[in-house]
Design a protein. Sequence first.
Length: 452
Amino acid sequence: MAKIKTSFFCQNCGAQHAKWMGQCTTCNEWNTIVEEVIQKEEKRTWKQSTTAKPVSRPLKIDEIQLNPEERIATKNTELDTVLGGGLVKGSVTLLGGEPGIGKSTLLLQIALNIPHKVLYVSGEESQSQIKMRADRVQTNNSNCLILTETNTQQIFKHIEEVAPDVLVIDSIQTLHTNAIEASPGSVSQIRETSAELIKFAKETATPVLLIGHINKEGHIAGPKILEHMVDVVLQFEGDRNHTYRILRSQKNRFGSTAELGIYEMLSDGLREVSNPSEILISKKDADLSGTAIASTLEGVRPLMIEIQALVSTAVYGTPQRSTTGYNLKRLHMILAVLEKRAGFKLGAKDVFLNITGGIHVDDPAIDLAVVAAILSSNQDLAISPQVCFAAEVGLAGEIRPVSKIDQRIIEAEKLGYKTFVASKYNKISSTKHSIRLILVGKIEEAFATLFA
Ligand code: TYD
Ligand code: MG
């Protein structure tokens, strides 16, 4: 037996340190360093019986053979769209999300619907629990095998026997490998087990789907390098009090990350929502003045937010300006621009601005929606809830371009909006959008069309 070896790992970035420290010197996070036991560093391998593999050799780019039929369609349109056309053979996809959001349900439904042999490995639930869930979603597939196991060496033994076309692991945090001694869920176990699974996927061209837990900041638990190691990172999100779930791609080596999929969690499983405007129509009142929808970016992900403004005549001497979720200085600037460049007399008015949902937004792309909400309240004219805005407002009253406009347009289109107002200086690469685009250069132009 080898001597027990321990090392210190940062739970945030996965960096290894020689001794314990309060702050990680790599990512500067505090209190993230944990001691972990590593007994014997065995070579990462997924097959015990393998002898020396042929080593790869350098090839000229035109010598590399492309396999034309390299994607496996999952028969789940939303997932296939997000993946860019199905599971790529030999790819590893990581699905993250809050507990109880429906990750296991989604992957079990896919395992039961896909017309291929699937091995669904669960370290979280018993076979009968999974059977109950399968009965609930009312799908059956004799090609889907369920295994409850957490040891990767055992899993690989079963894989050699079963030879599945697709492998599902629920979840990466429950797995452990014999190669190291650290406990399941620790940074080193996650790193080793996923390295073994990635090696397996690449060597056998089998697509692997991994479920990953997230930590309290909303990131996938474990080392950040896990997200670098896998090919696709998907995020399943939604409000637990609502039934809608959104599947987004945060990283995709084989497709765009601009796509998203929408599901509804019903009592018999997840339903694909192909017409997302049904979500919006139910909760919008068409005749309210003072609200406008903005398209903003959360990191790399587009998000629709509602902006509410209330403009009223000031009853006290000094007009009040107050904001929730928006920079007050920026509101002052926008009011000055409206007064000076567009001739709206707001100097003697109280202006209240609120971003609904309690979020704070710094993205300047919501400026135009702020202007729209203020003018809508001031004129007491409602803006259709099917219009959304994404543009910055400059000091000269010009409408300025914003980043990632195509991603924002795709999201708006997918969410069922009919009109998208943006700057005419924005380069929109794709011309095949079905949403109506209003491209404007000045505030007046935008509102001539909107309030006409
Ligand atoms: P689950 O897939 O276990 O979540 P995760 O794996 O992300 O932790 O989903 C559990 C929730 O989904 C649970 O609260 C019950 C609900 N649910 C339904 O509403 N309908 C269903 O058909 C199923 C299977 C689950
Ligand atoms: Mg689960």
